[in-house]
Every structure is written in structure tokens, then in C-alpha cells.
Design a binder for this molecule. Structure first.
Ligand code: TYM
Length: 332
């Protein structure tokens, strides 16, 4: 059976981008592969979360993943820091990671642009830690959104360097994966870029958002003054609204608004109202489950313990083999 690994940073609540880019894949793949999904708390330290909040955010993200349909009896759901073997593999892989290559990473450049006062080495080596997450279970597929694609390229580089340096065929090249084919980039509501928790206020729709909040955010989404001639190409902001509509609405609804757009009779207010309603229909059952699971501390603790045990079994084995290949041998 193929091994699958993926993670989500606990830096806020899950949004529709996380769901359609990653979690939807987790739910599907858990039945057909040997899956390891984790909450990437080590990764979230790059932005220094307050110690009083970290544990609660990890718990919330666990509850949200479970509410979406992850079954901890089928897949392994764990907290990244419960598998410290990841940190040792990260150290070992750092010896194969070139700083020039890391400095050219799109996400690193974006992060230093957004927060020039916090350019720490953890940010620079972020892709190496991701590679450790993936290789600690020797994964073949990594379900992620489009924004993570380059990180997978880096992981493949480390795989090839490791195998070449030690003359082994130990690691295999893992690939970013989406069951629909293309990797997904869910747009935000601010008319540009992607949906993300660190983007502008109102850009992301969270899985816990109540109907009024969803409506408010969607109604405020950026639009233009409307098409002025038949079959006019869409502005980015309008294309984004259609992309969201395609994710949550029926094909009839999408076709209806496409027709109205193409014959210049569309009223964006009507389309947004429909989009808000359909997002709410999609989210409502997940939202209720999140509330129930988040309140059940005992259940979450049980899941995390079970996940840590399963993840350690796999992680310890890989790390022992890697140490042996590298030549790290115990004297006692
Ligand atoms: P993170 O926490 O930023 O996002 C979690 C997952 O959600 C996807 N995603 C999106 N997909 C489509 N459209 C969007 N607007 C959107 N926003 C987020 C991300 O692509 C991701 O799959 N570095 C990772 C976490 C991580 C990881 C790993 C992933 C740590 N180690 C090992 C895979 C394998 C991250 O920051 O994801």
C-alpha cells in the first residue's frame, strides 16, 4: 500500500482553501493508502505563537480535521512534536540543503517581504523540515494545495542527494497530489491571490464561520462594474467568485450565473447571495461537528495518543535505518 503524508500548521482555524486544497484529499485517501496526517506545530513556531495559545490552536485544528471526516482508526492523525524523530531527520537533511537554493524559495521570499523583521533560520529551512515530515514515513504522495508544490521539489532534491551521497536507493521521490488531477489554489475574497489565514481580514471563509459572518464576508467581496459586452473575459475578482461557486454550488447554479454574465444581465448581489447560501449549506454540518468534537477533550486526547504511537513506530524505524546508512553507530 502506498504511503501518504501531509500536515497543516496550527496558526488559526481551517478555511475553505485548506479544505479544498488538502483536507478533502485526506478524507478520500485515508481509505486507500497508509496515511499520516499531522498538525505541524514545529512549523508554526517560525512566527512565534504565544505559549498560552499554542496548545489550544493545535487542539482546534485536530477537532476541525476530525469534523471534516478524518477517521483516526483508519489513518494516523498526530501532532508533529509528538514525533521528535522528525527533528533529528531535519537536522540530518539540513546537511544536504543548500542555502542558496533555500533563499530562492518562493514562500521564503514572500515571508521576508511580509515580515522583514523576522527572517529567522527556521523560516529559511522550513522546506527541510517539511522534507523530514514526508521522508520520516517514506511517503510517495503528499496531498497539498498549489502553494506547496515547490516544497515537494526541494524534498525530491534531498532524496536524490541522499541516495547519491550514500550510494543507496533508500528514499523514493514523493509528489504533491490532488485526486482531481491539478493542484488546487482556492482564491480569497479580496480580489487577488489565495485564500489564507494570514491574509487581509475577510479574505478567508473559515469552517467555523456562522451564516451571518459568511454572508457579510461574501457580500463585501471585490467585484467590478459588470460586463458591458457579450462573452466578455472576466476580471480576476469575478473569476475568483466563479471559482468559489464551482466548489460549493451545483453545476446548474454555476451555468445559470455564467449565462447571466455572458449576456450582461448578471447582478453580482444575487450571485453573492447564492454563493453565501451555498457556502453555508456546505459548511453547516462541519461547523456543528467541530463544536461537538472540540468540546470533547477526552476523545481528542485519545486520538492524539493513538496517533503518536502509530507515528513513532514508523518514524523510529526510518530514523534507525537512516542513522545506519549515514554511519552513526552506537558504541554501547
Ligand atoms: P498550511 O497550514 O499553510 O496549509 C495547509 C494545507 O492547505 C493548503 N492550502 C490551500 N490550498 C488551496 N488553496 C488555498 N488558498 C490554500 N491555503 C492553504 C496548503 O497547500 C496545505 O496543503 N507547510 C505546510 C504544512 C506542512 C506540510 C508538511 C504539508 C508542514 N509539513 C509536510 C505537507 C507535507 C503549510 O504551511 O500548510
Amino acid at each position: 500500500m502506498e504511503t501518504v503524508v501531509s500536515g497543516i500548521r496550527p496558526t488559526g482555524n481551517l478555511h475553505l482553501g485548506n479544505y479544498f486544497g488538502a483536507v478533502r484529499n485526506f478524507i478520500k485517501m485515508q481509505h486507500d493508502a497508509n496515511c499520516y496526517f499531522f498538525v505541524a506545530d514545529y512549523h508554526s513556531l517560525t512566527t512565534h505563537p504565544h505559549p498560552d495559545n499554542l496548545n489550544a490552536t493545535v487542539k482546534q485544528v485536530l477537532a476541525e480535521n476530525l469534523a471534516c471526516g478524518l477517521d483516526p482508526e483508519i489513518c494516523t492523525l498526530y501532532v508533529q512534536s509528538d514525533l521528535p524523530e522528525t527533528a533529528e531527520l531535519y537536522l540530518l537533511l539540513n546537511m544536504l540543503a543548500y542555502t542558496g537554493e533555500l533563499e530562492r524559495s518562493v514562500s521564503f521570499k514572500e515571508k521576508i517581504r511580509k515580515d522583514p523583521d523576522n527572517v529567522n533560520a527556521g523560516l529559511l529551512t522550513y522546506p527541510v523540515l517539511m522534507a523530514a515530515d514526508i521522508l520520516i514515513h517514506k511517503a510517495a504522495k503528499v496531498p497539498v494545495g498549489k502553494d506547496q508544490e515547490q516544497h515537494l521539489e526541494y524534498t525530491r532534491n534531498y532524496v536524490n542527494r541522499f541516495n547519491y551521497l550514500y550510494g543507496v536507493e533508500y528514499f523514493q521521490e514523493p509528489f504533491a497530489y490532488n485526486f482531481g488531477g491539478q493542484l488546487v489554489k482556492v482564491p480569497g475574497l479580496d480580489g487577488s491571490g489565495k485564500m489564507g489565514k494570514s491574509e487581509a481580514e475577510g479574505n478567508a471563509i473559515f469552517l467555523i464561520d456562522e451564516p451571518e459572518v459568511i454572508k457579510k464576508k461574501v457580500m463585501r467581496a471585490v467585484t467590478d462594474s459588470g460586463p458591458t459586452h457579450m462573452n466578455q473575459p472576466k476580471e480576476v475578482a469575478i473569476e475568483n467568485l466563479f471559482t468559489l461557486l464551482k466548489l460549493v454550488s451545483t453545476t446548474e447554479t454555476v451555468a445559470h450565473f455564467e449565462t447571466l454574465y455572458n449576456n450582461c444581465t448578471i447582478r453580482y448581489g444575487d450571485m453573492k447571495k447564492q454563493l453565501a447560501d451555498d457556502i453555508n449549506i456546505f459548511i453547516a454540518p462541519i461547523r456543528e461537528k467541530i463544536k461537538a468534537i472540540a468540546a470533547d477533550e477526552k476523545y481528542i486526547n485519545k486520538v492524539v495518543k493513538m496517533g503518536a504511537e502509530k507515528a513513532r513506530q514508523s518514524g523510529r524505524k526510518t530514523l534507525a535505518e537512516v542513522r545506519n546508512i549515514i554511519g552513526i553507530r552506537s558504541f554501547f
